[in-house]
Design a binder for this molecule. Structure first.
Ligand code: G3P
Length: 225
């Protein structure tokens, strides 16, 4: 089968609507949509549900974050190795809500790669995206923190963030998928992002809080053809 062109990553965060058993249901809805769209759909359930969702889902499952901590005597830490053991295909890294110091982003990226885990490296600005582009992650996402959870789409109100990220990252030789996120609510927000050069979307509340998960996911995936 041909490689999917574009990507939709759904980050469940710790919203109660997508926690516990509900995480399995949301992952199932995403998997259903992925059967009828060429876009790649990835889910990132709450950490306590990672293993369970990863074992049951038929689509890739990512951790929401990993800690720089390494080794076995790391009580409570989400290590890269633990994420691998849980059956995840990859992880978000350096999300605005789970920032990692720069030197450790680099070190962790190498460790994750060594474990065969895919990385969606998150950045807050085009400048940061340009700097982290050299780490060669599979996905590089830009999300202006002030728009996260706002319901106001980055692609509508800050189009320059996307175009500048595309030129900074590609200018630095980045060859992976460039995603954007923050406030994405509907298909028109996604179409606009694609028009601006994004290869996909990182979304949370627009899906998690939707009344009908499946139709909302379909609405966001459709423009990613
Ligand atoms: O990880 C995605 C996220 O930060 C965007 O959140 O709720 O604005 O879609 P939201």
């Amino acid at each position: 089968m041909a490689e999917p062109l574009r990507t939709l990553i759904i980050n469940f965060k710790n919203y109660p609507e997508a926690s516990g058993e509900a995480a399995l249901k949301l992952a199932e809805s995403a998997a259903k949509v992925s059967l009828s769209t060429p876009a790649e759909i990835i889910v990132a359930p709450p950490t306590p549900m990672l293993g369970l969702v990863a074992r049951s889902a038929t689509i890739p499952v990512f951790a929401q974050s990993v800690f720089p901590a390494a080794g076995v005597r790391t009580t409570g830490a989400i290590t890269a190795e633990a994420v691998k053991y849980a059956g995840a295909a990859g992880t978000l890294l350096n999300h605005s809500e789970a920032r990692v110091p720069r030197a450790q982003v680099e070190e962790l990226s190498k460790r994750l790669k060594g474990l065969g885990l895919r990385v969606c490296l998150c950045t807050r600005t085009p400048r940061e995206a340009g700097i982290l582009a050299r780490l060669g992650s599979e996905y590089l996402a830009v999300e202006p923190p002030e728009l996260i959870g706002s319901g106001v789409a980055v692609s509508r109100v800050r189009p320059g963030v996307i175009t500048e990220t595309v030129s900074a990252a590609r200018g630095a030789g980045y060859r992976g998928k460039l995603l954007c996120g923050a406030g994405i609510m509907g298909g028109a927000d996604v179409s606009k992002a694609v028009e601006l050069g994004a290869d996909g979307i990182l979304v949370s509340s627009g899906v998690v809080k939707a009344k009908q998960w499946e139709s909302k996911i379909r609405e966001l995936a459709d423009p990613l053809l």
